[in-house]
Design a protein around this ligand. Structure first.
Ligand code: KG4
Length: 345
């Protein structure tokens, strides 16, 4: 039987892609959240899975060690260890999964598996010392936009979520990154496009927007239209990219945001839910944040936007999900193997 009156301290491990992260949470209060990025991928213009796994192997022990030291707790106080089981790159996930299993066995503590996507959503429930924040009330809608996913989710409870719309091809982050590559920007291109877009005219160029019924997304047509647009303009003027970089970025970003926002507004209208949250790496985008805030004023939404450090991959979100699963007694066995693809439901 779980004693819910004592403090629950969860070590969270995230290794689904190219960030190795470890975090310690006491109940829902974050004590530490360490992330080691992997610069090795920049030269290749994208994440190289084999190199990611190797870097996780090198990073995992130092990152966990630092997270424990910075939290101020001792290893003996850790109640359970939570790890990202998927979705993600299999080799990367194996590193975090194997580490968590070994840690749980050695410390004789429970093991908790976490769905990475659920983690992104529950990042909204992480509390920080001396930061006042209102937590989203249930039910709420969450726009989850990252490098691998674009989804609209109804969140009925911490562990009760339903995907009501998702991309049928590329994710929004992929659209940012692949288009950025076309104009010669380094990986990941999303943050760079965001920065350059601030100086540009969002209406300078027009790109194809998908016309999908329902709440699903599609970004592959936009990517192709962007590629052909740049190819044609470069044929006319080889300096086209250099001379128009800010306008190109602003117009591309404007289009991606328009696509995302159209379905969020539709979802809010269809479900009648007016508490809206955003999560995932692309939620760091300043244009998207502004578009959501503007819509919140216009449609009377209660808007929840996470702190930047909780938008991209981090273990704080794995720890908080582990905390809610611990409260429900949802534990994993030592047989748990990572999965590369999985949806929330
Ligand atoms: O959630 P995340 O860290 O990783 C996973 O996909 O799991 O998201 C990474 C994605 C990348 O595609 C990156 O380009 C995008 O988030 N991203 C941004 C911004 N910051 C990160 N996209 C647009 N604007 C940003 N400021």
């Amino acid at each position: 039987m779980i004693d819910n009156n004592r403090d629950i301290i969860i070590l969270g491990i995230e290794s689904s892609c190219d960030d190795t992260s470890a975090a310690i949470i006491r109940n829902n209060l974050i004590l530490s959240n360490e992330v080691a990025g992997q610069a090795v991928h920049i030269a290749y213009g994208g994440v190289v899975p084999e190199l990611a796994s190797r870097a996780h192997q090198q990073n995992i022990i130092p990152v966990v060690d630092l997270a424990i030291k910075k939290s101020g707790i001792s290893m003996d106080e850790i109640t359970a260890v939570a790890f990202t089981r998927g979705p993600g790159l299999l080799g990367s996930l194996l590193v975090g999964t194997s580490f968590a299993k070994g840690f749980a066995l050695a410390r004789k503590i429970p093991l908790i598996e976490v769905n990475h996507l659920q983690g992104h959503v529950l990042a909204h429930f992480v509390k920080e010392k001396s930061v006042e924040k209102k937590l989203p009330g249930f039910p709420f809608l969450c726009l989850l936009v990252s490098g691998g996913n674009s989804q609209i989710i109804i969140v009925r409870d911490h562990l009760d979520m339903e995907v009501i719309g998702q991309t049928i091809d590329d994710a929004a982050g992929e659209a940012f990154d692949k288009c950025a590559k076309v104009i010669g920007l380094p990986y990941p291109g999303g943050p760079m496009i965001d920065k350059l877009a601030k100086e540009g005219d969002p209406k300078a160029f027009k790109f194809a927007k998908p016309k999908l019924p329902g709440l699903d997304y599609s970004f592959s047509g936009l990517k192709t239209s962007f590629l052909y647009f740049i190819r044609d303009r470069m044929a006319e003027n080889p300096n086209f990219i250099e001379e128009n970089k800010a306008d190109i970025c602003a117009s591309l970003q404007y289009t991606i945001i328009e696509v995302l926002m159209t379905k969020v507004k539709q979802a809010a209208k269809e479900t009648g839910i007016r508490t809206i949250a955003v999560a995932g790496g692309v939620s760091a985008n300043s244009g998207l944040r502004q578009a959501l805030l503007d819509a919140a004023v216009k449609y009377n939404w209660e808007m929840h936007i996470p702190a930047f450090k909780f938008t991209t991959d981090n273990a704080a979100m794995i720890s908080i999900t582990g905390y809610y699963k611990y409260l429900k007694g949802e534990f994993a066995s030592q047989d748990a193997v990572p999965y590369s693809r999985v949806s929330l439901k």
